[in-house]
Design a protein around this ligand. Sequence first.
Ligand SMILES: [Cu+2]
Length: 285
Amino acid sequence: MPVFSRLTAYAVTVGILFASAGAALAGVGQPSPWQLGLQDAGSPVMADIIWFHDFLLWIIGAISVFVLALLVIVMVRFNARANPTPSRTTHNAFLEVAWTIVPVIILVAIAVPSFRLLFLQLDEPTPDLTIKATGKQWYWSYNYPDNGNFEFDSLIVDEKDLKPGQPRLLTVDNELVVPVNKVVHVLVTGADVIHSFAVPSFGIKIDAVPGRLNDTWFKATAEGLYHGQCSELCGKDHAFMPITVRVVNEAEFNAWVATEKKNAGLDQAPPASFAAAVPAGAPTN
Ligand SMILES: [Cu+2]
């Protein structure tokens, strides 16, 4: 039937266009104009999310094409004009078994990688570094508990103050700095209302709930800037509290930590008088 081959040709052309455009337009760390699909992966979890997304797309595509083909066949071959005396068949054992078994197989094929991905996200590897992100109206505060516990605020850079190359609405004054190829454990909470800490290229999105501590993890596989946004409607400036993660090598990270500690006055040892004033074993709350 020529109508089928023409339809197939259209479908294949559109498919190729979408596939090539998606590959060309996705960016790592930030969205790109006319982007189709997800941002490129900057962590192993995101790489798996992208794989799973593409895998599902093939299954969904195949099912849609199959159902469409059945509908077209029914409309063309079994309409009242082409088929004036319809068959009176009511049961077909083979068909009934097939349309029960095949969906089960499809669901199992989806469930296995789905649970594997869920496990990868939730079963956190031993962290190399812990940071705490606190969502506030309307900015983020970052805390480095195992690096001297210094804390700083991270606010959006106004559009008029952007330097060339800095993305609008996604650039902050003080970035969250982490070392490359290290497991970063992220503790997330909210100070006032519910926010959500999300960085698409790392495949993380977790609610920042006041009075509650959520956690997630990521391992950035390449140095660079990775942008995200608050992803829970949190008030009037919800759209203006971006997240920027700067991934650097370990030497740069250590130098940055040293500077931050110095700025916070954490680089000096406590004065001798203080140490002497607190007797050993005394409660230090
Ligand atoms: Cu928010």
